[in-house]
Ligand binder design. Structure first.
Ligand SMILES: NC(=O)c1ccc[n+]([C@@H]2O[C@H](COP(=O)([O-])OP(=O)(O)OC[C@H]3O[C@@H](n4cnc5c(N)ncnc54)[C@H](OP(=O)(O)O)[C@@H]3O)[C@@H](O)[C@H]2O)c1
Length: 291
């Protein structure tokens, strides 16, 4: 039995689909408010709970051999990126889980002080590495599925909002490829007890994204490119009302201000151990946008 957290999210939903296509038993950890009908339809076992509650985590881990931690933080890095994962690891040990796959983030080791999610991910990575569990830590770059709503807006308005340096490099990974790597990690010997950066096959500049959308829709893009200090202004204003939201914006700012890409060697390594070719961004978008 696999336990998948974040089972209704961009990665988790695809992980559950892949596992169910192989007829593997899956317990999907969802909230009562989550949109989990599709998971039920795929005959995943639905576990309703909240990752903020350790009792729910403990219950969800009963009888499980594999755990895939793919939940998001909902703006609360301490409770969800950090504490929920530590508790998942502790209960995984208690029930003798055979393999734990943790979705971290590219750059987790860089020590960004102002980015709670990055700090939490690194602390969880370190905890997992010394836990005695078999593990795979995946550090993805940006996910291609995040771009689908932006692509739909582009289709209607030709506009693309690009905050900060348009030349920053990124290697956006197909969310389908990441899900495939996540599931295969459990059975791939070269992924055992490894930390693997996961990106797409090409290093793009952020300005390439509206250009790709322009090609797909055959439209000249209108790029709106406000400077990064606009985010700083918004953060200061938000901080007056809500300090947690201000901290979460620190992670967002870090993502905008820095480069997140994999080297060609890292990508070849990934393709060779998982034995498939990673999909370029344009191909992913064309598949989903049906153009
Ligand atoms: N998106 C990216 O570009 C990116 C890049 C690198 C790494 N990552 C990492 O990849 C992981 C998955 O990202 P994603 O984009 O696939 O996530 P996502 O689409 O934002 O989904 C987040 C998931 O977490 C669940 N969740 C949030 N709070 C919860 C709680 N209190 N209890 C139970 N479930 C809860 C959500 O449930 P609901 O459906 O109920 O909201 C949802 O299923 C995250 O750890 C993220 O840090 C993401």
């Amino acid at each position: 039995m696999f336990l998948v957290t974040g089972a209704t999210g961009g990665i988790g939903r695809r992980v559950v689909r892949l596992l169910r296509e192989q007829e593997t038993p899956v317990r999907a950890f969802v909230r009562l408010t989550s949109d989990y009908g599709q998971l039920e339809h795929r005959k995943a076992e639905i576990f309703i709970g909240d990752l903020r509650h350790e009792k729910d985590i403990q219950k969800a881990c009963q009888g499980v051999q594999y755990i895939i931690s793919a939940h998001g933080s909902d703006g609360d890095a301490l409770a969800l990126d950090y504490r929920a994962n530590i508790e998942l690891i502790d209960h995984a040990k208690a029930v003798g889980v055979q393999h734990f796959v943790f979705i971290s983030v590219l750059g987790a080791e860089r020590g960004y002080e102002d980015a709670p999610t990055f700090k939490a991910k690194r602390a969880v990575e370190q905890y997992l590495q010394v836990s005695g569990l078999n593990y795979t830590i995946l550090r993805p770059a940006g996910l291609s599925s995040n771009l689908l709503p932006l692509a739909e807006r582009f289709r209607e308005t030709r506009t693309y909002l690009l905050i900060g340096d348009h030349k920053n490099r990124t290697s956006i990974v197909s969310t389908d490829d990441l899900a495939r790597i996540t599931v295969s990690s459990v059975t791939t010997p070269a992924a055992q007890n490894q930390i693997l950066p996961v990106g797409g096959p090409e290093i793009l500049q952020r300005q390439d994204i509206p250009r790709i959308l322009g090609r797909i829709f055959n439209q000249e893009p209108i790029i709106i490119n406000p400077p990064l200090f606009l985010v700083d202004g918004v953060r200061s204003a938000v901080g007056l009302l809500n300090s947690q939201a201000q901290k979460a914006l620190g992670t967002f700012r870090t993502l905008l201000a820095n480069e997140f890409f994999c080297t060609p060697d890292e990508i070849s390594h990934l393709e060779s151990i998982f034995n498939f070719k990673l999909e370029p961004l344009e191909s992913f978008l064309r598949r989903y946008l049906a153009v």
